[in-house]
Design a protein around this ligand. Sequence first.
Ligand code: GLA
Length: 412
Amino acid sequence: MKKMIGALRVLLALLVAAPLALPAQEIDPNHLPPSLDPKRTANGLAQTPPMGWNSWNKFACNVTEKTIRATADAIASNGMKEAGYQYVVIDDCWHGARDADGFITQDKDRFPSGIKALADYVHSKGLKFGIYSDAGKLTCGGRPGSQGHEYQDAIQYARWGVDYLKYDWCSTGTRNAEEAYALMADALRATGRDIVFSLCEWGQNKPWLWASKIGNLWRTTGDIWDSFDKQDKAHSWANNMLRIVDLNEPLWPFAGPGHWNDPDMLEVGNGGMSNAEYRSHFSLWAMMAAPLIAGNDVANMDAETRAILLNHDVIGVDQDPLGVQGRRVWKDGDQEAWVKPLSGGRRAVLFFNRGAKAAPTQVAWEALGYPPALKAQVRDLWAHRPLAASAGRLGATVQPHDVVMLLVTPLG
Ligand code: GLA
């Protein structure tokens, strides 16, 4: 009996080890990828919040290889690549059926050239390529999920050249989230390829408490949306974007290099909010060190949208190497002040007006964590000009649903 159990154990160990052994052979032990460096969190990737583009917010299930190619072309030529947008991610609905061996294939009508060719194309533009799956039997769009195929899917992604995986939480039944995400993280790590791992369980299991060693970013809330119904504008602004902000803001202590709170992808340019509201959305995401994943049609965007997504100063706040998530430090009715500590003793300050009327706002240096006698240089990051700071305090008039975003550099 003991012998039988021993033999079964060996068999089980072999079965479990089999998928690990295959890709591991490709790893040069003298040049371990950061993902295998045990000193780092999760996998050593995403030391600043990931930046890129994802198909879902604009194209949902209508995504095709043409969309992805056009998007990669646009990002590589319209300044977005230079601004830091890097990952081009196909969200749900790219999948076909599993083949006879259980490997996932693509939807052959929408992606006739195959995912490998598409990833090669994105790479040829100097960009990185991302894909989407789900920890359950089915994705949220009803395509095959990864449950029971984790190692096979990770191998397939690595073969295709995937650099980023968004991993959703539909059809997971009673699965334990931490275990399910850790299993996929192990499978990705075993491929030896650097793959940013994006957890998407909508904050249901408080991933900020356990996911920093598993993945690089975790959704903290339900889905963002941007209404196209002109009558419905207040909805995408107040009921959706601001609701997400208020859920994500208190989680600031859990973010840091390699592991970020993800309040969902950007809606800038999708038509349901005004430009002031999009400016607020983008600024708040930068203050919260959120991943900046554009979600609009970047191949056909207007100048205002472009100016928001390409504000290098605001992006610089998001991408600051200190990696501290900013937070609200002052609130009076609809008026708020936020602070994000930056490298070199600098700070980003955001005055935010949720209300319908322009309002003067001012805060004392102390509220921003500075000594009252501080001398500093202040720059307005949307007006692109210096702002004179009066003694001991900082103030500005903020337009309705808009922001004034400032960079404070202490002198001396
Ligand atoms: C979930 C996710 C979204 C998107 C869709 C795709 O709702 O939260 O971001 O990926 O699934 O079906």
